[in-house]
Write a protein that binds this ligand. Structure first.
Ligand SMILES: [Zn+2]
Length: 140
């Protein structure tokens, strides 16, 4: 299965590169090229499994853990989908998500999430992941 997704990802990237080169060259317009590059980056993220729809890819789909000590090992566990290199935690911060009430102040139902950004030590690709600690622990 991982070998198959590599092949699929490589095919998608090759096709995108070709489309960007052909269409971008014919139109010769910077804004069109920028749109295509943005679309290509989005598709690359999807092909690499780095998009917001994966588990932990967005605040509304955090990976649940039972202890803060599980977060960084979990975040670094899988190899880089682009090059197979190792991920290392670049940033790890607590973020309070309170999206049902505008303005200052925090609801009682606000979720305290961990936002971890890992960076590949080989190719530098970044993978942001959201975590939720199911049993709340006091945070210093
Ligand atoms: Zn990499």
């Amino acid at each position: 299965m991982p070998a198959m997704s590599w092949v699929l990802g490589a095919a998608v990237l090759a096709a995108l590169g070709w489309i960007v080169a052909i269409v971008g060259g014919q139109l010769g317009r910077a804004d069109r090229r920028q749109q295509l590059a943005s679309a290509a980056a989005q598709l690359e993220a999807q092909a690499l499994g780095l998009d917001a729809t994966r588990p932990g890819g967005a605040p509304d789909r955090p990976i649940e853990v039972i202890s803060a000590s599980q977060i960084e090992p979990r975040a670094q566990r899988e190899p880089c989908p682009r090059c197979g290199g190792r991920f290392h935690v670049a940033t790890h911060e607590v973020q309070v998500i309170d999206d049902d009430r505008p303005g200052p102040g925090i609801d009682a139902d606000a979720k305290r999430l961990r936002h971890v950004v890992c960076r590949c030590g080989s190719c530098g690709v970044e993978r942001p992941t959201w975590f939720y600690i199911r049993v709340p622990t006091p945070l210093a």
